[in-house]
Design a binder for this molecule. Structure first.
Ligand SMILES: CC(=O)SCCNC(=O)CCNC(=O)[C@H](O)C(C)(C)COP(=O)(O)OP(=O)(O)OC[C@H]1O[C@@H](n2cnc3c(N)ncnc32)[C@H](O)[C@@H]1OP(=O)(O)O
Length: 223
């Protein structure tokens, strides 16, 4: 397999191609923000991240998986393990990850970043409530996993989720590792693993997910 990894670990902003159309100069000046952009998050994005997170979790479970301080901490320590989807400058979906160094996730993993390890712990994937059920969660996760495959030294991604999200992650190519030892309030979780080496699931909506081998050269071009 040909591998080519860019010298910077950070993801260069990627803009979705929009159809070429003729617009008046006035209209052009007003629309300076890209329609759609994927990039690593920075601590400056923490408030937008937390707003989406709060809406997604507080009304459901009463608690946020990450506090604002923890979001700030991870975006400061390992921004290269995050990915945001922006539409016209507004964050619409994001993933926050950190490094982890054990076979399974433990309570300690919830607040820790271990640098230079082969395992990424995906703490949080969340889509703005106005944008759910439109395929954005699946697309962002797919892009993130392809991106991780191109970061040197990474071999797998782990996460925990509630039972109702098992089909979502299984469809994305994750395998079930069994019940997690982590619990929050009365909630119980399943631990899921995605192997970054070798196989990748093809695309969303290609059920059952057909594995394809992708090279990092191809992925870099796609990003
Ligand atoms: C590691 C973690 O972060 S686990 C916690 C995940 N995040 C959350 O629960 C926060 C609130 N929810 C969200 O942000 C979003 O609903 C997400 C991230 C769960 C899914 O993103 P979306 O963009 O809404 O999902 P998308 O449109 O890509 O749906 C893909 C499939 O998953 C299914 N799905 C999406 N959300 C849910 C859900 N809450 N319950 C059950 N199935 C779901 C969809 O029905 C769809 O199935 P289909 O392809 O057969 O039609």
């Amino acid at each position: 397999m040909t591998t080519k990894v860019s010298s910077s670990p950070f993801l260069k902003p990627f803009f979705l191609k929009t159809p070429v159309r003729v617009v008046s100069p006035l209209r052009q000046r007003r629309h300076t923000l890209p329609a759609s952009e994927f990039r690593n998050l920075t601590p400056q994005d923490a408030i937008s991240v937390f707003e989406i997170e709060k809406e997604a979790f507080v009304s459901v479970s009463g608690e946020c998986p990450l506090t604002l301080d923890e979001v700030l901490n991870f975006l400061g320590l390992c921004p290269e393990l995050s990915l945001g989807w922006f539409e016209e400058g507004q964050l619409v979906a994001f993933i926050i990850g950190s490094g982890w160094n054990k076979e399974r996730l433990s309570q300690e993993a919830m607040t820790r970043h271990v640098p230079d390890t082969p395992t990424v712990h995906i703490h949080l994937l969340s889509v703005h409530r106005h944008c759910r059920q439109q395929g954005k969660g699946s697309i962002l996760l797919w892009r993130y996993l392809q991106y991780l495959r191109c970061l040197p030294g990474l071999r797998r991604a782990l996460l925990i989720c509630e039972d109702f999200l098992l089909p979502f992650y299984l469809k994305a190519g994750f395998k079930q590792k069994g019940p997690s030892e982590i619990s929050v309030a009365n909630l119980r979780f399943q631990e899921m693993e995605y192997l970054l080496c070798g196989q990748a699931y093809a695309r969303r909506n290609s059920a059952p997910a057909s594995p394809v081998t992708v090279s990092c050269v191809k992925v870099n071009r796609a990003l």
